[in-house]
Design a protein around this ligand. Structure first.
Ligand code: WTA
Length: 653
């Protein structure tokens, strides 16, 4: 493990929000000793129609009663008032969003005034279709401005958005619509991806049909015209976005929301069962995302900030839309991919818009690193001041490359650890205050109290390795699993009473720096996309020829982790290349392309205990060629299967 320490050059320190380790320590101390005072003071910088009675209230311990957490109790606000209206006087003509299209010739600058108007028009269109406070709206769109507009239009009128990543299948979309019984769907005719245009409306139609068959009819489906492709518009249900929005007034008063009213639901994978609807509420989420954005990226007036994530994931929710806009920032929405039209696209775009803060995922860095430095060196990247990383551990080699070739050894790198559940960044360097060690997320954000636990739940001290958990709430924390508070308690609070259990392991070094070591559950992280092995297993298991499947993650040079599936077939079915291709296609249809297995090992049987439990530990060792570390095989019902699996693995590799 590299122990190089990077101390940011002094050039920008002078102007930074937090200038030194001492300043960070003092602020952190205050935030932990007096979280109510700390967050109350910060919350004053936002607009509240009515102030809170109490900053925070919570119970973290299931042994003491139901788990709950509340921030800014009884306050009233609206996040879009904070993201739009309050900026109109001072920065109405400033770019709020810059849209950089899939093709480098397509772009659009949307000022705060334009954005306000567009959000109001669509909010009115939603209202007209019968959407009101508390109703759920599903959004299934590519990275076009309408995605951000649709989410804020919901928030403006108090509707709860549920964004489904555009790469998910119709099955996945239907499941999510059904779970929260969305009243309306917003989609587009298609998606532009590199040199291709991919249809999307067909998926939406299929999903809506599945919902209707299950007895739930979505009243209105708004369709954005993105690709101009032919679509089937269903009468009395489908409406073109541009027609609906244009017909509406450009003013729409905000709905004043309770700080603890729901803002959105975002589905994410856990170790078991179906994806969970992670619910975030208005007030705490707004304050936390805005504040982490300001400090972690050291955002200053006039900066141009770019996060390459998709708004379909939490990173896009918090750090393309809500966090930046509440701070009056200029935020780029990028529709394209890093390799189109060539592997210089990221750097050409940084040069084009003079980007100051750039936030991306290690998988993107690794894939560009593999293309060589020449793609970076063609462009002027001197506007860059802070670089960010998110989604998975960044390996020191990728860190060094990012630092040397993109940051020219001048830009601090903030490696930000957080989760859909945490709403915002939890552990990260502050660029000019906390020195960086490549591969370490470094130290906690204000008021976040990480602890390292032993398997028995004992807090470890000093340099140690164990399970990452968080003591005490922070404002951006999820409030519940939609419609299933039991599941919320069981997933996050049952394992260690009195702590939020994050699902990750970590190491803490002698300087107190945190190094995330990866998930401790059956969640895998493929190209920064979080997925549960159980979901992929159940998709494979639903194929007519499959008897059983076991899925594990294995180290992958570019993706971080790849998907390795051990599959046993039904009696009488023989393995073949066609069947392998068909299984991959089946998973794509059931979940989406991101879940496609990299390797399928057809197995005659799987290693199981006598009680029938699959021993994944053994499968992981086989997948990583560690045959000498299989451990104790005596508990297996049939130890011979291991040898067979190893042989078939060797043939595949
Ligand atoms: C992983 C994405 C190491 C981690 C914001 C976490 C990371 C999961 C980092 C959440 C990081 C995220 N270093 N691991 N900087 N950031 N992770 O919900 O395993 O899509 O639990 O949220 O990604 O993924 P999610």
């Amino acid at each position: 493990m590299s122990e190089n320490i990077f101390h940011a050059p002094d050039k920008f320190r002078e102007n930074a929000w937090v200038k030194s380790m001492d300043e960070y320590k003092a602020m952190y101390k205050k935030s932990v000793e007096d979280p109510e005072g700390f967050w109350g003071e910060i919350a004053e910088t936002f607009y509240w129609e009515k102030k809170w009675d109490k900053v925070r209230d919570f119970n973290y311990s299931m042994s003491k009663g139901p788990v709950f957490l509340e921030w800014f109790k009884n306050a009233k606000t609206n996040i879009t008032y904070n993201c739009l209206d309050r900026h109109l006087d001072t920065r109405g003509d400033q770019a709020a969003l810059i849209w950089e299209g899939n093709s480098p010739d397509e772009d659009m600058v949307i000022t705060y005034r334009d954005l306000h108007e567009k959000v109001c028009r669509f909010a009115n269109a939603l209202k007209k279709s019968g959407v009101g406070k508390g109703d759920r709206v599903a959004i299934y769109l590519p990275m076009i401005p309408e995605l951000a507009i649709a989410m804020m239009a919901c928030a403006r009128i108090g509707a709860v958005h549920s964004i489904v990543f555009g790469g998910f299948s119709s099955e996945a979309l239907a499941n999510r619509i059904m779970d929260s019984l969305c009243k309306v769907l917003v989609t587009s005719d298609g998606v532009m991806r590199g040199a291709k245009s991919i249809p999307l409306k067909g998926n939406a139609d299929k999903a809506l049909k599945m919902c209707a068959d299950l007895g739930h009819s979505v009243g209105t489906c708004f369709v954005v015209n993105r690709t101009g492709s032919d679509v089937n518009m269903v009468e009395n249900r489908d409406v073109w976005w541009h027609e609906a929005a244009q017909a509406q007034s450009a003013e729409c008063p905000v709905e004043w929301m309770d700080a603890e009213d729901p803002l959105f639901i975002l589905y994410t994978s856990g170790s078991t069962g179906t994806p969970k609807g992670v619910q975030h509420n208005v007030g705490g989420y707004m304050v936390y995302t805005g504040t982490t954005f300001k400090y972690v990226f050291d955002y200053h007036e006039g900066d141009v900030y770019w996060c390459t994530a998709d708004i379909g994931w939490v990173t896009g929710h918090s750090y393309i839309v809500y966090g930046p806009l509440s701070q009056g920032a200029t935020s780029i929405i990028f529709e394209g991919i890093p390799s189109y039209p060539d592997p210089g696209r990221f750097w050409a775009t940084v040069d084009k818009w003079k980007v100051n803060q750039f936030y991306t995922a290690p998988t993107a860095i690794r894939s560009l690193m593999a293309q060589g430095e020449k793609w970076v060196e063609q462009y002027d990247l001197s506007s860059l001041r802070v670089l960010g990383s998110v989604g998975e551990p960044i390996n020191p080699e990728a860190w060094q490359w990012y630092h040397k070739y993109v940051g020219k050894e001048q830009c601090p790198i903030v490696d930000t650890w957080w989760q859909t559940e945490t709403g915002g960044i939890m552990i990260s360097a502050l660029p000019y205050a906390i020195d960086q060690k490549p591969g370490s997320a470094t130290l906690p954000f204000f008021s976040v109290q990480p602890v390292v636990l032993s398997e028995e739940g004992k807090e470890l001290t000093g340099a140690c390795e164990g399970i990452l958990a968080i003591k005490e709430p922070w404002p951006g924390q999820m409030r519940t699993v939609y419609n299933s508070h039991d599941r919320f308690e069981m997933t996050y609070f049952q394992m260690f009473d009195g702590y939020y259990f994050a699902g990750d392991g970590c190491r803490r070094d002698e300087d107190g720096y945190i190094w995330i070591t990866g998930r401790v559950d059956d969640v895998i992280n493929v190209s920064g996309h979080r997925m549960s092995t159980a979901e992929v297993e159940s998709a494979l298991g639903s194929h007519v020829n499959v008897a059983e499947a076991a899925v594990i993650g294995f180290p992958h040079d570019i993706k971080g982790q790849g998907i390795y599936a051990f599959v046993t077939l039904n009696m009488g079915v023989s393995p073949s290349d066609e069947l392998m291709a068909d299984l991959k296609k089946h998973v794509r249809t059931e979940i989406g392309p991101i879940a496609t297995p990299d390797i399928i090992n057809f197995a005659s049987d799987l290693p199981k205990t006598r009680s029938g439990k699959i021993m994944r530990r053994i499968l992981r060792k086989i997948a990583t060629d560690e045959y000498d570390q299989l451990g104790d095989l005596s508990t297996l019902s049939d130890p011979d299967v291991v040898g067979t699996l190893i042989n078939s693995h060797k043939v595949l590799m």
